[in-house]
Design a protein around this ligand. Sequence first.
Ligand code: UD1
Length: 417
Amino acid sequence: MSYISVVGGTGLKGEVCLQGSKNAALPVVAAAVLCNGTVTIKNCPDISDIRDLMQALSYAGIVSTLCDNVLELDTTGAKPVFFGPDLAGKTRGGVLLLGAFVGRFKEAGMAYPGGCVIGARPIDLHCKVFQRLHLDLREEEEGVFVKGTPKGARIVLPFPSVGATENAILASVCGRGRTEIMGAAREPEITELCLFLKHAGARIWGEGTSCLVIEGVPYLHATEYTLSGDRIVAGTYLAASMITGGEVVIRKTERVCMKGVLEPLRTMGAMIYREKELMYLHAPKVLQPIRFLETAPFPGFPTDMQSQTVALLSVAKGNSCICETVFESRFGVVPELLKMGADITCKDRCIFVHGKKGLCGTNVTASDLRSGAALVLAALAAEGESKISGCEYIARGYENICETLRGIGAKCSMREE
Ligand code: UD1
């Protein structure tokens, strides 16, 4: 079993080159299924979530290669298949293949993506979207099956689900007529998906707002697209430098929307400047607490930064409270931080953090992607060595995390037990 070894206590200083966005790459790769011919996606992160999706697509006859962050997908031989639990369950992005395949082949089938440690993650909203688009939906023991030609409809989402919005877009861009999606999620990654689809010939209006309008087109053509950087990874590296009292420049941040990510870091005392293609953070000597912060859909404080922020607050001077409103059980980081000496209690969906002067390095386990990143941050600030297992979760979303952190002075490496 591999683990990440971190010896804490070094202030991180230097430059990080930002990787492409995972949550933009996943729907864009799914959208490539709708395109005839070869799709080239540049600045694609080389992470296991993308590799798993490529593997799933290979079962459907789609040939893909990922080399030097350029992903090429050839959909010429694409055919509809049933994505079993081994393919569907690996990455949450897999659920988007339902919308993409029904959009192109008028049929799609997939095992239920299943729950995970951050919450049950049902797909009821995705199913309602398909039904609104006049598709036949069968929910059986082995999975969910969608069939028919998507026809324009007015879809009202009761909650701005990122995945359900993306599936609604994917299923309707090559459907018949006009679709309106009200209450759509506004995350920048959805805008990226829309921009990619428009490059390929789709007709979409309103990206970045909660009301999207789509006019179906008969087909999408081959295209090339460059993904923007990953706002959560940028936030994580800013936080890494901050928890160690360091100073960091993140490059390749043009087009990266940091709304909701930077405010909490500034409240904790960071000085952050942005120029066109870079972000600069100077950490305060002592981190300030945050009296109250709650996660929310974009443009609010992202749930994907919650665990990392809890790690920062565990060494802040004073008491903080963070409420998790998006995923009902995204608290996996808490028991592990307790092992490192943090003083944290949870009640209902709130995490109460009583900041302490220091943490102690020890053996901890990541239970999901962002809790893994948060534990790496905590270990960077802790005294002595920490061993973080469950690093396969971290590899889902961070490209070469150890190498990147070593580049700014961290004592950190991937090891085998
Ligand atoms: C996406 C992101 C994830 C991020 C999340 C919220 C990807 C690949 N993942 O996940 O990193 O943390 O948005 O910003 O882009 N829900 C339902 N029924 C549904 C769908 C969702 O109840 O049919 C609930 C979920 O259980 C969760 C909440 O809605 O509690 C938000 O989910 P959603 O916005 O859909 O997140 P994902 O698309 O899964």
